[in-house]
Each structure stands twice: as C-alpha cells, then as structure tokens.
Design a protein around this ligand. Sequence first.
Ligand code: SF4
Length: 381
Amino acid sequence: MLIPTPTSGDISLYFHLPFCHKKCDYCHFYVLPNKDEYKSLLLKSLLLEIDQKKALFNHKKIQSVYFGGGTPALAGPHFIEKILEALRPHLHNEIEITLEVNPENYDLTALRSFHQIGVNRLSLGVQSFDDDMLIRLGRTHSSKDVEKALENAKKAAFNNISIDLMYDLPDQTLTEWRHTLEKAIQSDTTHISLYNLSIEPHTVFYKYRDKIKARMPKASLSIEMFEEAKSQFEKVSYSHYEISAFCKEDYYSKHNTGYWLQRPHLGFGPSAFSFYEGARFQNISNLHKYSRKIKANEEATDFKEQLSNDLHLKESLALHLRLLHGFDIASFEERFGLIPTTLSKTLQKLVEKKLLIKDQKRLRLSNKGLLFHDDIASEII
Ligand code: SF4
C-alpha cells in the first residue's frame, strides 16, 4: 500500500479531551476527573482556541480531525458537535474524523449520535482480551465490555474501527497474547495498533518500576510476541503498513500517517502537541492555566522548539522510515532538502548491516530493521 505524500497545503487537527473515570496504572497522559465544570470550561476554551488559531489552518486542507485524550467520548456528543460545528466551514467530505472511545463507554444511543454528527472512525482502547491482564493494568473494562462496544459501534453504522492492543506486559505469556490476537482477529475491525508497555515517570507503574520490570517479558519473548502478531494479522489479510499498525484494504490511519510523514498538525486543549512550519510546541498541561491564557488571548504553550533544517530533515527521515513502504528518496529531498553526505554514509552503513533496504528509488526498513527502529533513528539523528 502506497500512502500519498502530503501536499504543502495539508494539515491535521488534534483535540485533547483529558477526561477519564480513573487513571490507569501505566498512564502518563494529562488526565482529569470527568466533571461537568471541567467539561464546560474546556469547551469554552477550545472554541476560543479554534478562533485564535484559525489563521493557521483556514488556507489549508484539513485531512483529519482527531479527538484523543483521556477518553474524549466521555465529553459526550454535544461537546464534540460544538467543536465540529466551529470547524464545519473548513471541513470537506472525505475528511477522517476519529474519536477515541473506551470499551466501557458502549452506550448505543451515544455512539449513534457521534456517528450522526460526523465522527466516521472510532479508536477503541481494548489493550487486552484477558480480564486478569486488564485488572493488572488498572483498566476499568472487561473483555465482555469490548465485545459489547464493538457490537454497538457496528450497530451505530461505524465501518472504520481501530483497536489498540498492548504487549510486553507484566506476567504476559505467549499463550495469553495469542488469545488476545485471536479475539482481535475475530473482532474483524479495519485497523489494529500495537503498543508495548513503556514505564513513564509519574505513573503507578513507575513507582514500582523495579518489581514491574522484573515481571515483564524478556527481549526475545517481546520480539516473538511482535512477530506472532505480524504473522497472525497478515494471514487474515491485514496489511502491515507501519511498524506497529495494521489495516484492512486502505483503512490506514490518515491522522497517524500525517505524524509519520510530517504533515503539519495543530493541537488544541491542555497538553496538546503541534508541529507547524518546522516548529513543535505543546500547550500547558493544566486545564485552568491553559484556559486563563486562552481567555486572555495569549499563547497557551509552555514548550516551543524551532527545528534547525538539519534536525528537521533527520527527524523526518527517521519518521518516514516507520512506514513499511519507506519513501521515495527524490520526493523526500524535494520536500526536505538534499540528504547531506554524512547522513548518506550512515544510511549506507545501515543498508550494509541489513537494517535498511535501498533500491534505486526508495529506502525502507528490512524485516530485521523493523525490530530496531529506535536504534536506527538514534543513528540517523
Ligand atoms: S483510559 Fe487512556 S488516557 Fe485514560 S487513564 Fe487510561 S490510558 Fe490514560
């Protein structure tokens, strides 16, 4: 599958809705309790922020809108509708509009309303089909909830559903992982994303990191789990199009491919990241501080970095390599500038180590390189 390269007029929008009933033990995102007062403050601020950032996107073609979090579905259809109404003059028909949903939020009426207001893709945080594992992760749903959520999403006319699965988990065995993969395949969704557990500061897992790490699978088992998933999904016609993502037909994530292809994106809401004109910036990770800044029409960011041309090129190259079809070298150089000689030498060495494959026009990861993208990226950058 060849994913189209973004044109210079493309952009994506991301909305961070940080509400969750309970924080999962491994979660490092900015998350808040699901309170009405927070929701109404956030909605007001997001509508103002859209207005303030309009000049950055009104001359561009929005390719995707993504509601992430947190659990954005908890904000309810009315909240999402207000945001989409504000964006409506800038949206065209084929745009991908994704909403993250947790399996315990499977209310059919709400799912129908989300579909009616224009959400056309759901991303379901399944993580595992093993109930004991879900408890270990501090999740509040069960595998039954997942089945019900998928059934209702299909009843609500969603024909593009992605599920997230996690591996490399404490006490996880290959047998348990195979069971999760089997159930995932039976769910017959259009897209599957894999995540391996990373233990981040400010999480419950971080507090007990030594004990947790001792219970995590060894590197060889982790590779086996990844390869098992790849082989199971490919057997039933999922295309492996990005290191950790698989899709049926051409249901690849338009939003996420934007990150890998360096399509500009603007983030709205507390803690949301943006990448625009070679600069990345992040909004303040605190609802009240963020909202005060927005209300005062001031920049609500607390981090901004303008990338040098050199770093921008290197980061783009490492990100492009995440896509399995790699990239056309000539078009890449047209967008980002000529690949410097020192970097060409590094790439050549990676080809010699059989981590990358280069044909006349394209550069891509080899099967071995797939397992070592992080190391390849650090060599490049
Ligand atoms: S549901 Fe997602 S965002 Fe919410 S606490 Fe769990 S991992 Fe974090």
